[in-house]
Structure formats: structure tokens, C-alpha cells
Design a protein around this ligand. Sequence first.
Ligand code: ADP
Ligand code: DP6
Ligand code: CO
Length: 324
Amino acid sequence: MKATAKAHTNIALIKYWGKRNEPIILPTNSNLSLTLDGFSTVTTVHFQEELSSDEFFLNDRLVEDAASQRVTGFLDKVRAMAGKEMYARIHSLNHVPTAAGFASSASGFAALAAASTKAIGLELNDTELSILTRQGSGSACRSIYGGFVEWQMGEKEDGSDSYAVPIASKDHWDIRVAAVVLSATEKKVSSRDGMRRTVETSPFYDGWLKQTPKDLEEIKTAIHDKDFEKTGSIAEANCMRMHATTLGANPPFTYWQDTTMRVMQNVQQMREEGIPAYFTIDAGPNVKVLYLPKDESKVKQRLEQIMGVEDVIVSKPGKGISYL
Ligand code: ADP
Ligand code: DP6
Ligand code: CO
């Protein structure tokens, strides 16, 4: 009753930003991401009769805070599905900064879902696995698949039609993503709290809801056509709109830091100089820059020179979950 799985993070090109149902995680809008090969989580789950509670080790340290309750809560769903009551020891290694806006919850819960269901003997297809994974962390339901992935919001209130669908494989289009590391420390406002506060209090949220379905339809065509400028500019605009909603929240907040702005301005300047590059930012200060393989050395060099930048980590389109 032991299994190990690996999952990669993903970067949202059209953001998931708000829940219509919090307990089972149903989003307010469909959204789309690219799975990244540069960041991943490897998780081993071992169900054992002799354990009297779950034990969660993250990066070799026993975790006893809210993060461990989130894992136990998720395993309770897995146990209920399997009709078994055994507890588990979980060892997870994040090859990604935890809770810093690099989508550790995406690779983390995708790896946990894959390993735990395999270990307990559930045989789920990818859609069933995506539905389950969604309930650990919304963005994680997309990391089941590689390449370009849409999370279709669904209509049903039981969540049975809210899951990820691969829309273009990782080999469809080799675009690159540079993760510009400014701060790998934990964010003050988690994705979950940030989106809740925004949905509940930001008057800008209605504008977000109105525009995002249009962005999604347009970017799907652009990805299909491999139109880089269109893909990049839609992703960048969608990111700006998401972050604008947080400024209208009560109390207002932003995930950006001064260096975040500096990187954004450098990317826009690169474009003026003829290098096609676009940025997007998840719930954290760190910027992800989209570019084409031919521009890799120029883009990387340019980003590394910006004051306040600690590191630049380059990703190609990554693959979906695998069992080790
Ligand atoms: P991020 O930008 O890293 O996704 P979030 O605020 O969305 O930030 O989620 C961070 C939370 O995800 C952590 O506090 C923890 O609860 C959970 N998490 C991160 N890594 C793992 C992992 N490997 N296994 C299980 N849960 C994880
Ligand atoms: C800004 O999936 O981390 O990165 O469902 O509460 O776990 P929970 O939140 P999470 O939110 C991700 C928000 C985002 C956009 C995105 O990845 O689509
Ligand atoms: Co997250």
C-alpha cells in the first residue's frame, strides 16, 4: 500500500481567481495553464495499519500546522472513496519553493492525489483523478496533464463536470517560461485567502468575470495557431486584470513588490527593442516571462541583470503526472 508519484507545476495563462463553491473547489471561471518541466513535487504515500494518524513530511521535516491538516483532509476524501480507514505516512519533496507563488500547491496536490490513490488501490482515470485533485488545490487539477491544459469550470453543483482537459500537448509548441525569482519566502496572503477576499469585497471582480471568458476563447485559438504575440499579450493582459482585482479588495492588497514592477517594465522594454517577451504573475511577487527558444540567451541575460533578481529558472513545456 505504498506508491510514489511525480507532478510538475503549471503557470496559468488565464487565471483561476475565485471559487463559487469553497468546500469542493469549484471556480467562478474556466482557466488555462501550461505545465512546466522546471518545477516539480515527488510524493510517496504509505498506508499502514499501525499508524494512529497521518504523518506528513515535507522536504524531510515533519509538518504539524495547517499544511498537514490540508493533506489529512484530502486523504480523508481518498479513504472515503476507497472505503478504507488506514492512516498514511507521506513524504513529499518540493523541487519548487513552497507557498511563494510558484504553484507548489499544484504540483504538491497532483503528486499527492496520484500517489495516494495508487497506494490505496483506487483505479481512477485521468478525469476522475483531476476531479479529486481539484479538491486539494484548484490549480492542481491542471497538473495531471502535460502541455496546455484547460480547467473547465463545469455547471453542476456536485463538481462532477469541473475538471481539466488537455488542449495541446507539450510537443505542440515549444515556448519557454523563465521564472524570475525575487523572493522564495512564503507569501503573507495565501492564494486561497487572497481570492476569497477579492471575491467577497472587490468591486472590480465583476469586470474580471466579464472579461475572462473572452480571454480564454481567444488564447485557445492563439495557442492552436502558435501565434506567440497573441498568446503572450492575452496572458499578460489577463494577469494584469487579476492583480487589479486585489487592489479593489477590502482591505486592499497586492502580491507585487518593487522588483516585480521592475521586471515587468524590463519585459515591456524588451518588446520595444524587438524581442517578443511577455510576463505573467501568479499569487506572489515572482514574475514568469514567456519567450521563444531562439531568444533564450538574450532574455535570460537581460532578466539576470535586473536589480533585486535572485535567480532565473528556465522551463520548457512539461509532462503530466508519472509514477516512480
Ligand atoms: P503556491 O503559490 O506555492 O501554490 P499556495 O498558497 O497556493 O501557494 O499553496 C501553498 C500551500 O500548498 C502550502 O502552504 C501547503 O499547504 C500546500 N503544499 C505545498 N507543497 C505541498 C506538497 N508537496 N504536498 C502537500 N501540500 C503542499
Ligand atoms: C493566481 O490553486 O493555489 O495561481 O484552490 O485555494 O488551493 P486553492 O488556490 P490555488 O490558486 C491559484 C491562483 C493563481 C492562478 C492559477 O493558478 O490559475
Ligand atoms: Co497554489
